[in-house]
Ligand binder design. Structure first.
Ligand code: FES
Ligand SMILES: [Fe+2]
Length: 393
């Protein structure tokens, strides 16, 4: 984190930015072709670890969270030993869903259909009226377990139960940097979902700063920096801008003494679908946006979660609420409204391609990795990310 801060100071003083080697063209059908979109749902969203929950949603031993991710109903539990488990929300008997979406405390998972009961690790503990059901091997009829990983106050689940991809490898060390947000100590202030355009059109908007003083001039103002420094760990990218304060004569602070706010500026994206950014309003709030494909190629859903570090006083709450409301306006009325019209224009088929500038390196990295993953077989997926770790080191 300190070397990243040093790099920022270097660029701020020199008035320079980091740029991609060249511009990059992307065929317009990438955003409109239904077959490509179906492939992305299968090979990206059903095969890679996704950020599905915050650790604070399962704060205690014997707690659970039930949700749906990429159309897969899942349950996450924290057992009596504080160990985390993820499972398909589907009973080993006839497949019914055991829990309704939500979170809370729980000791056992009981199916509402015929009362089969499971321990928090998903193993089958009891079959109702076992004497008349017939012989079964309980060890073979537990819940389907899914790979799960927790770090930096965040929880990832892979909805492919047979995945060979180690989630820590997948994150390429990026999660270690995310620890500096200290999300483990945060709580959820508020959450909402927004409808948007094709998920990649929506996601591109989190990866470029180029549009900030233009599209968001009414909300963020026209002075907001648009020049970027992009850093990548495998497919995961942080985009920030050289801080103009570092260029001032009077600036002589050592990066070693920087506070966490200064170290974590900018937008931190977690491939393929998450953006994290912090805001100052009443307290330091952190907005986590999780994007998912919607019900057609032209639609997406974004879950916005606003997190705060502690219980807030009334005036702080009002400021935080005003910021969260502003962020809804920024994303829904500015980013996604523009994205939906962009989507409609591309859907005409009259434009063959779009182009990313050298200053839109974050978008370039995203599209390169997306294609790389789509082309990689299940067997080769672990090696793809292991080699990315070697590059990151
Ligand atoms: S489907 Fe769950 S007990 Fe029958
Ligand atoms: Fe934006």
């Amino acid at each position: 984190m300190i070397s990243l801060a040093k790099d920022n100071i270097k660029h701020a003083k020199a008035g320079s930015v980091s740029l991609a080697k060249r511009t990059m063209k992307v065929p317009a059908v990438e955003y409109t072709d239904e077959r490509k979109w179906l492939l992305e749902k299968e090979k990206i969203f059903r095969r890679l670890p996704l950020l599905v929950a915050m650790s604070c949603e399962l704060p205690e031993a014997q707690s659970y969270l039930c949700t749906e991710v990429a159309s897969v109903p899942i349950i996450i539990t924290r057992d009596e030993n504080f160990e985390l488990h993820a499972m398909l929300n589907s009973c080993g008997h006839r497949g019914a869903q055991l829990l309704e979406p939500g979170c809370g405390k729980i000791k056992k998972l009981t199916c509402p259909y015929h009362a089969w009961r499971y321990a928090l690790d998903g193993s089958l503990a009891n079959v109702f009226a076992n004497d008349i059901f017939g012989e079964i091997d309980k060890s073979k009829h537990g819940l389907i377990r899914l790979p799960v990983y927790e770090n930096a106050g965040l929880i990832w689940v892979n909805t492919d139960p047979n995945s060979q991809l180690n989630i820590s490898d997948y994150l390429c060390g990026y999660d270690t940097l995310l620890q500096h947000f200290n999300l483990r100590e945060f709580r959820i202030f508020d959450r909402r979902s927004l409808e948007g355009p094709n998920w990649k059109i929506a996601y591109d908007g989190y990866l470029d700063l180029y549009h900030l003083p233009i599209l968001h001039k009414k909300t963020f103002g026209s002075d907001i920096p648009y020049k970027s420094l992009a850093y990548s760990w495998g497919p995961h990218t942080r985009v920030t801008s050289p801080d103009p304060d570092y260029a001032k004569e009077s600036f002589n602070t050592s990066p070693e003494s920087f506070d966490v706010e200064s170290l974590t500026t900018g937008v931190w994206t977690i491939f393929p679908h998450v953006s994290i950014a912090s805001f100052d309003a009443g307290c330091r709030g952190i907005l986590i946006s999780q994007l998912f494909p919607g019900s057609t190629v032209s639609e997406s859903i974004t879950i916005q979660t606003y997190m705060i570090p502690r219980k807030l006083e009334l005036d702080e709450r009002e400021e935080a609420q005003a910021m969260f409301d502003l962020l809804e306006t920024v994303v829904a009325e500015e980013d996604y409204r523009t994205g939906m019209k962009q989507q409609a224009a591309l859907k005409t088929g009259l434009r063959n391609e779009i182009i990313f500038g050298k200053n839109e390196e974050g978008c370039q990295t995203f599209h390169k990795w997306l294609n790389k993953v789509l082309e990689t077989s299940n067997e080769e997926l672990p090696a793809l990310f292991q080699s990315a770790i070697r590059c990151a080191v």
